[in-house]
Design a protein around this ligand. Sequence first.
Ligand SMILES: Cc1ncc(COP(=O)(O)O)c(C=O)c1O
Length: 383
Amino acid sequence: MVDIFIEKRLASMKPRSHARVVAMARGMKDVVNLGGGDPDFNTPGHITDALIKALKEGKTHYPPNHGLPVLRSVIAEYHGQHGVDWAPSEAIVTAGSGVSLFVSMAGTVNPGEEVILLEPYFMAYSNLAEYVGAREVGVALDEDRGYRLDIEALKENVTPKTKMIVLCNPNNPSGTVFTEEELRGISDLVLDNDLLVLSDEVYCEFIWDGLKHVSIASLPDMKERTIISSSFSKAFAMTGWRLGYLLADEAIIKRLQKIPIGYRTNTFVQLAGVEALKGPWGPVEEMKKEYDRRRRFMVPRLDGISCHMPEGAFYLFPRIDDLRMESETFCESLLRKKKILARPGKAFGVTGEHHMRIPLIKPVEVLEEIAVAIEDHVNKSSR
Ligand SMILES: Cc1ncc(COP(=O)(O)O)c(C=O)c1O
């Protein structure tokens, strides 16, 4: 009945495949929550100090609509280190990158156009594509080659209706850090077919094995065709602060600014964000080291389960297909029997089925307990 009051697109959105397990966990006690990607670290002290100072100094008034100039300026400078000359006016500050992703897609994609998502993908892209009335076209990263980009598969899926390729670099949940060669393959397609890239770079501080973050915007002629979405949530463990942003060429930004959505996040949060980007960067380095320790502990620890070593971000995406059980069913029984809440692989695209996602947001001792519980559950379920 309520659906008659709700806008048609919204009313017809399909339920998410992790909704059932998340609902089951509600009201359960002592659940180990691996449902989201909220780091277990606290925000570094110099950032919280900056917020308190700003509050005490009365920085409690409206900020400008698209962010404090000083913050837009340090964001442009920070992303400048990836080889692109961004002007402060090309950055818009948002209340978390959920908002910047929304603005990027809602402001560019028309109903009926196609949006290519590289699977496994961060769930929000699929929800957004559905919401704007786009057709989601999933292209699987090649799991057998460590989730590398299959450029031929990508090419085959570009049609006259394709509008945008969404790239999460490093990728949540596969941990893929895209190489310059892979990005060149994407940019050739983008330039040949007049496409746009939405490049989600929220994990670009967490990359290991001597690899380097390459932003697709830095490739020739790509700045005009790329919208970067990013956030303070992961790099600085600031998930609760709600501070994100997007960067795009001035011509695109000017148009996106017309979207009548409340962009503004708190003035004092933005001022603390300035200090975060100015540094010191020691605390970020520490978090990076700890995530590295966790991945190097956990992947060999799960040796009975096929699990690829991520190169970036902070997730594992092991296969559980020996069980001949759908990922949703597996995660529900894991919750019931072991009190571990994890997202079923299907939530990350159809080819994510028979996987689960394990975020490395717990200390090694807890990861050990999680590994024991998962192994035990897998063994019992496969009998
Ligand atoms: C790839 C990716 N993009 C964006 C977000 C959203 O981040 P924010 O806290 O800025 O909304 C997340 C959160 O998990 C993420 O994994």
